[in-house]
Design a binder for this molecule. Structure first.
Ligand code: FE2
Length: 579
């Protein structure tokens, strides 16, 4: 049975295809159309899913969408009635969204198929239920607490659930306008980070701040009745879309979030690209600290109702790897399974799996054991891309390739590493990565000056052999999808100085041979040469979506000051003839 999952007309639109409950393929549209956080219809992603499954649209029996605009309708109406000026907007918005709900026509049009030939049944799964499903059904567990939180989805910002067997029982929701995601976005907006998705950047700024504003910031998110509220006097009215709009070209635009009161309390807002002051860093510090306090409050509350040690989690806020790393100290949960695509692209998988297990009541036979669910390219496709680009390269066997790449890294050179299937989710996990030495003091500046051009305060991440984690980090809960930040042990900070953040932490990826044998062996080979079983891993891109195709990788290699490229079995050095 083939089920197509979709996230559409929402940020990070995506498609996934599952067969008898097994995820065959999943990809965000941005990787294919190169439009960051694209929020239109995921036509290319759907085509890629069908190609990967060797199926036609008419073979699909069920289509599941991670959005249900009829969900929580009473709450939406109540919200509109509380402010009569919004009623007309509310009606207009529902009317405007009508064509976006006609999934059959949208798919038929995108794939140029007669809609009459499409026999699939259509399912709409509430946004946060799809998020929780994307974690729980992928986990190995028969019982868990389920938690999802983000800016907003189907008029909800937070959902808590009891997960058992095939069922996800919703226990509680936090409705708009109260949203921990919107709280984070509002402060980011105030300190000059105004684009959709900037929140992850600002997390790295927090350790540079002091506790100047913690008490003031706490006033914005008072805790109440086991949940939290937003003090709306600090916010501009955001409307039922919580300040997020998808433009006709698929661009996701954020409305101004903060009210004039923010300026009165904290001084003028920072203009993007202007100097970052200590005030901005202190606000970032207080924002992250309060986010964590509220998150742990909610997680502890959830644990009272579902006293399990397992927490299945997703939603954009679940990408807050600093909070995730502290969860085990601040709550009774002992294990997390966080969907690697915790943001909204993950809804495609969640909606499909929810339909299979909860709606169709089919058994749970598959887990998600790795995130390599995207497109792959054959050796001949890669070779032809190299030849078209006029790149000089060698074809190397496995061991010589690992040797050549690790030799480069030992020297402090920066290598583009393109192998196998592209990662699902926002992190590069060793198939579309740029890799180098984690222990050279100037490496962060070198990477930024030559390739990444990122904000100075953002750390780079370590990828470590799973069995070495305990030796280097203070926690040993695995982090296969780079979703936990842990303290680096004091005696190891020097050898990891390029990935050791200001607060002596690292956002690690733990790598096992089962998940990614070639990447594991690369780290191990580097470890044999340096005594450090860790490499610096950053995404293969330069201010663009992570590269997907060989052509995009080669373009990035050529236009940046990358030293070498390992693409499939082929190895190329920059500006050096090795033939
Ligand atoms: Fe979401």
């Amino acid at each position: 049975m083939l089920i197509l999952g979709l996230n559409m007309f929402h940020a990070d639109s995506s498609a996934a295809i599952i067969q008898d409950g097994k995820i065959l393929f999943a990809v965000a549209e941005e990787r294919l159309n190169r439009h960051k956080h694209y929020g239109g219809f995921p036509a290319l992603a759907v085509k890629a899913c069908l190609d990967a499954a060797g199926a036609k649209l008419s073979d699909i029996e069920h289509v599941a969408v991670g959005q249900d605009s009829d969900a929580n309708l009473a709450k939406k109406v109540q919200y509109a009635l509380a402010n009569p000026t919004k009623i007309l907007n509310f009606i207009k918005m529902r009317h405007r969204k009508e064509p976006m709900r006609d999934v059959r026509s949208l798919l038929a049009h995108a794939l140029e198929v007669d809609p009459v030939r499409l026999k699939f049944q259509e399912h709409h799964v509430e946004h946060h239920l799809a998020h929780i499903a994307s974690a729980y059904y992928c986990s190995p567990w028969e019982k868990a607490a389920g938690f999802s939180y983000d800016g907003s989805g189907d008029f909800v910002s937070t959902m808590m659930a009891r997960c058992e067997g095939n069922n996800i029982q919703i226990l509680d929701r936090v409705f708009l306008p109260h949203s921990l995601g919107s709280f984070y976005t509002m402060i980011c907006d105030f300190i000059g980070y105004r684009k959709y998705g900037d929140e992850g950047k600002v997390m790295g700024l927090a350790p540079y701040g002091k506790d100047t504003f913690v008490d003031e910031i706490r006033k914005i998110t008072p805790l109440r009745d086991g949940a939290f509220r937003l003090n709306m006097s600090y916010f501009k009215p955001l409307g039922s879309n919580q300040g997020m709009q998808v433009l006709p070209d698929g661009t996701v635009r954020l409305a101004r979030h903060f009210s004039d009161k923010m300026g009165k309390v904290f001084g003028p807002s920072r203009e993007p690209n202007s100097e970052i002051t200590q005030r901005d860093m202190d606000l970032a510090y207080a924002m992250q600290l309060r986010f964590e306090e509220v998150f742990f409050h909610l997680a502890n509350e959830l644990h009272k109702h579902v006293p399990e040690e397992n927490l299945a989690m997703a939603g954009g806020c679940a990408l807050n790897s600093v909070a995730n790393g502290k969860l085990f100290c601040r709550t009774p949960f002992r294990r997390t399974w966080i969907q690697p695509a915790a943001g909204d692209e993950g809804l495609a998988i969640g909606a499909a799996l929810h339909t299979y297990h909860a709606v169709l009541e089919r058994p749970r036979e598959h887990q998600m054991n790795h995130a390599y669910l995207g497109p792959e390219f054959s050796e001949s496709q890669i070779e032809s891309a190299l030849n078209s680009a006029g790149i000089k390269y060698q074809r190397l066997a496995r061991e010589p390739l690992l040797d050549a790449v690790s030799d480069q890294m030992v020297k402090g050179d920066v290598v583009g590493w393109f192998q196998g299937r592209m990662e699902w989710g926002p992190r590069a996990l060793g198939n579309r990565s740029i890799v180098t030495h984690p222990g050279l003091p100037n490496m962060k500046d070198v990477l930024n000056a030559r390739i990444k051009h990122r904000e100075w305060f953002r750390p780079f991440a370590p990828a470590i052999l799973a069995e070495a984690q305990h030796e280097y980090f203070e926690h040993d809960h695995p982090s296969p999808y780079m979703l936990h930040v842990y303290k680096i042990r004091p005696e190891k900070r020097k050898s990891l100085c390029a990935v050791n953040h200001l607060d002596d932490t690292g956002r690690l990826q733990t790598v096992t041979r089962e998940e990614n044998p070639l990447y594991y062996d690369l780290i191990q080979t580097f470890g044999r040469k340096t005594g450090i079983p860790v490499i610096l891993n950053t995404s293969f891109n330069e201010n663009e979506p992570i590269v997907c195709t060989p052509q995009e990788a080669i373009d990035c290699f050529r236009r940046t000051k990358m030293d070498a490229l390992a693409i499939g079995p082929f190895f190329a050095l920059k500006e050096r003839d090795i033939s």
